[in-house]
Write a protein that binds this ligand. Structure first.
Ligand code: G16
Length: 550
């Protein structure tokens, strides 16, 4: 076995020293913090990606440089495994360890130990494909990543400025090229062609949908949606707003999927554009989340979040499976997190198996793999649908006995092409929603009426150290700080239909508090009072205690 290229790592590592006062963590979606401190992390991730590829016999690994919904000053990086899924979780702690080695020598020792323990054959090739979103900090961070790739001798393919889901698509397409599982051409053109061809087939017998307003969050989704519109041609027209990708500070600012979900408001930039009865949607900064909304006839804003998308899509797939005559052999299930609105869980659980897991696409994705068709969506609009290999084979081999069955199977097969099964993908999900709306002849109103959301409120609390918060039961209960859960429970008991939980964010330096109740004002009050408990219990500075908590 050859050894690590220590001289090259040493030389290049000296150009990317670790800041002394920072502890990095590979969190919910990789490393994510202020862009200005991430240089050493990117260099080391380059090396780690190369090692991951070597460990997997030269399969291509993806690296995405993005901070998604976070503000523009943040950035981040995450690794993508060969089938386009998130990095295997056992490697997350290695990523954290390597990123925190305080000097080049310590880093090299940690690498040597890791290579030995993980039994990585360094003579294997290493291949990595990488991309970034539109953040101004992206190019410098990508160049640090490239130094890491160079240091370990990995072949790098630069996919340029693109969305997170396109990068995931590319990883899977590259690794399955020329095999029976080929996922599509390994290019952006391949991605748009695959999605739009399937969409066109699925809506061919339906009236052309009315134009859709898209809030692009002033991020990379603006570029992608523009290209998608070109591939869609006359089939479906997209009206793009918040497309200022170079305006300083505009990214995710008062717009985008996270803004809509957390404020439950229409971005004011759209208020003069959207008309009563019209539907629209918001992407987030890297276009992996999708939030729909519509204005009812009175001009009232109505949000259609990830839970509503799950309900719409899961019910449609169940109908198709039944119409195809496959309901005995293909079982559909849904995966949610604790953030799912209680009304959505009730609606879905009356129809399908529903599982609750911890926040983070990686948790939902793996749970969804246990179903024949697994529909997973986080309330924040992050999700997709997975068709198991067995299900794909059943659909391919099935001999329908009636024209209706044949049409239903054809639709299911086209859905497997339309849906980006590697990860949540705002644009693919948007086309999926539009297909279902077209087939059901639903507008926003009919979709929204599937069930009525329980009033809810999400609050962020800035605490001295969010890492002291530990949870169990799919993050629905706190075990640390000790005693806090009892206090939350006694508060929750005072509210009709009350539900609340607290968990540390894995992407922002905050603790998140979610609350639901039967009445909106009560949900707000419960959220603020639980947030107040969190704040007081964990030694927050009283001067900065928001006044709503009082
Ligand atoms: C990432 C994850 C999502 C998660 C979100 C918020 O999304 O991929 O699964 O829901 O972070 O996580 P947290 O509450 O831990 O901050 P994104 O769109 O920011 O990449």
């Amino acid at each position: 076995m050859s050894g690590l290229p220590v001289a090259s790592i040493k030389e290049l590592s000296e150009k990317h020293p670790k800041p002394s006062d920072i502890k990095f963590t590979y969190g919910t979606a990789g490393f994510r913090t202020l862009a200005s401190v991430l240089d050493s992390v990117l260099f080391r991730v380059g090396i780690l990606a190369g090692l991951r590829s070597k460990k997997l016999d030269g399969k291509t690994i993806g690296v995405m440089v993005t901070a998604s919904h976070n503000p523009e000053q943040d950035n981040g990086v995450k690794l993508v495994d060969p089938r386009g899924e998130m990095l295997e979780s056992s490697w997350e702690s290695h990523a954290t360890t390597l990123s925190n080695a305080s000097s080049t020598d310590e880093f090299i020792s940690a690498l040597e130990a890791f290579v030995r323990d993980a039994k990585i054959d360094l003579s294997k090739p290493a291949r990595v494909v990488y991309a970034m979103d539109t953040r101004p900090s992206g190019p410098a961070l990508v160049s640090a990543l490239e130094d890491g790739l160079r240091a370990i001798g990995a072949d790098g393919r630069n996919a340029g400025v693109t969305t997170t889901p396109i990068l995931h698509y590319l990883v899977r397409a590259i690794n399955t090229k020329g095999t029976a599982e080929a996922y599509g051409d390994d290019s952006e053109d391949g991605y748009y062609t695959k999605l739009t061809n399937a969409f066109k087939k699925l809506v061919s017998a339906k009236p052309t949908p009315s134009p859709l307003l898209i809030d692009c969050a002033n991020g990379v989704g603006a570029n992608a949606a523009k290209k998608l519109a070109e591939y869609l041609g006359d089939t479906f027209s997209l009206v793009l707003e918040n497309t200022s990708i170079t305006a300083p500070g505009a990214l995710n600012n008062a717009c985008g999927a996270d803004f809509v979900k957390t404020t439950q408001k229409l971005p004011s930039s759209l208020s003069n554009i959207i008309k009563p009865g019209q539907r629209g949607c918001s992407l987030d900064g890297d276009a992996d989340r999708l939030m729909y909304f519509h204005l009812d006839d009175r001009g009232q804003f109505r949000m259609l979040d990830g839970d509503k998308i799950a309900a719409l899509v899961a019910a449609f797939i169940v109908e198709l499976v039944k119409a195809a005559g496959l309901d005995e052999s293909i079982k559909v299930g849904v995966v949610q997190t604790a953030y799912a609105n209680g009304a959505s869980t009730k609606y879905l659980a009356e129809r399908l198996p529903v599982k609750c897991v911890s926040t983070g696409v990686k948790h939902l994705h793996h749970a969804a793999e246990h179903y024949d068709v697994g529909v997973y969506f986080e309330a924040n609009g992050h999700g997709t649908v997975l068709f198991s290999p067995d299900t794909l084979a059943k659909l391919a081999d099935y001999q329908p006995s009636t024209p209706a069955q044949s049409t239903a199977v054809e639709h299911l097969v086209n859905l497997t092409q339309l849906i980006n099964q590697t990860v949540g993908d705002a644009l693919s999900d948007m086309l999926l929603v539009e297909v279902v709306l077209a087939h059901k002849a639903y507008g926003g109103l009919e979709w929204d009426s599937l069930y009525v959301d329980l009033p809810n409120r999400l609050v962020k609390v800035v605490v001295a150290d969010r890492h002291i918060f530990k949870t169990v039961d799919a993050e629905r209960r706190l075990t640390s700080p000790v005693g806090l859960q009892d206090k939350i429970d006694s508060l929750v008991g005072k509210y009709e239909g009350g539900r609340s939980f607290v968990r540390p964010s894995g992407t922002e330096d905050v603790v998140r508090v979610y609350a639901e109740a039967v009445v909106k004002s009560q949900a707000d009050e419960l959220a603020f009072r639980v947030a107040g408990l969190v704040y007081d219990e964990t030694g927050g500075d009283p001067a900065t205690r928001p006044k709503e908590f009082l």
